[in-house]
Design a protein around this ligand. Structure first.
Ligand SMILES: [Zn+2]
Length: 317
């Protein structure tokens, strides 16, 4: 089909006649592809989720070149009209709920949701401001596996991202993990979130993940595969599932169940890292307005970093 590389939810969402339908080849000029549909701002819900937030702006798929700092069409009105180039959650302010807000230990949360089982394929980080309760910036890279043959990569990506319609943007932009980390450190440094003189730990910020897998297991594994030392800012994190359990006294073993419990509609494609991070940010927003305090839940032992100490007694195992 003509839109073979667009994402299924996109096709479901956009009217067939819409001029916003992603890019016929005549519009692509010198770019190989322009389909970069992410549904980050949509209010799309699944049948199992209750939609309680009205749509405020016309939904647009996220430009996945923009999220990676690689959009070259920012001066093209049609492109800007078609794709979202704003990382804000665009959630409505509810003044009554702001009364519950608690002082947070961290000024910023780095919402991280990795993708890739064999090797990391996507490294999305949203910068969530604890005061404004919104996403104020992002770092997003597709990651090219270090030790995998080209043919295997192609199969892997087709299976993983083909059905979401983002396999071509992946091929167009993915870079090796070591480069991703290099660029991530520059990004952190520019925002004063990371200081070498603090032993390379984060400054004013903490990672928030859904589960322990991302930082306990996958990042160290990928560092080994890439022949790198584990960067010092991956020594501690907040597992949102543990905070959820201790705050609401309800068990939610995954992102979808947290969203269901809080009646937050699913946005975008589940298992596209940038969309999942966006959904986790919506959960954080909801929890903060309910009065939750996001504290560290896990710390590595500085002497033997492979040992992780869990800081909450009640936790999701
Ligand atoms: Zn763009």
């Amino acid at each position: 089909m003509a839109m073979g590389f667009s994402r299924v939810p996109l096709l479901r969402r956009l009217p067939v006649s819409s001029p916003a339908l992603p890019y016929s080849s005549s519009l692509q000029s010198n770019r190989k592809i322009n389909i970069s549909a992410s549904l980050s701002t949509t209010e799309e819900s699944t049948s199992s989720l209750i939609q309680d937030t009205p749509t405020r702006t016309r939904w647009k798929p996220m430009c996945l070149y923009f999220t990676q700092g690689k959009c070259t069409k920012m001066d093209d009105p049609l492109h800007i009209d078609t794709f979202n180039h704003n990382c804000s959650l665009e959630l409505m302010r509810n003044a009554a709920r702001l009364e519950n807000l608690k002082q947070q230990e961290f000024e910023y949360f780095l919402v991280l949701d990795l993708e890739g089982k064999v090797e990391i394929l996507e490294f999305p980080v949203l910068l969530f401001d604890a005061k404004t309760m919104d996403v104020v910036d992002l770092f997003h890279r597709f990651v090219r596996p270090t030790k995998m043959h080209e043919e295997r990569i192609n199969q892997y990506i087709e299976g993983k991202y083909g059905k979401l319609g983002v396999d071509r943007v992946w091929h167009d932009t993915a870079i090796p993990f070591a480069e991703v980390i290099e660029q991530f450190e520059v990004w952190l440094g520019e925002r004063q979130l990371w200081r070498n003189e603090l032993g390379g730990c984060l400054n004013k910020a903490a990672f928030v993940t859904c589960g322990n897998w991302d930082l306990k297991t996958k990042v160290p594994q990928q560092c080994t595969v890439a022949g790198m030392k584990l960067p010092p800012y991956f020594m501690e994190w907040i597992n949102l599932k543990d905070v959820f359990l201790n705050f609401y006294k309800r068990r939610a073993p995954g992102m979808l169940s947290m969203m269901r419990e809080l009646q937050i509609p699913l946005s975008g494609s589940h298992h596209l890292g940038i969309d999942d991070s966006n959904n986790i940010a919506r959960v954080i927003h909801h929890m903060l307005t309910d009065g939750a305090v996001l504290q560290l839940t896990a710390k590595r032992n500085p002497r033997s970093p492979e040992k992780v100490e869990f800081l909450f007694k009640n936790r999701i195992v």
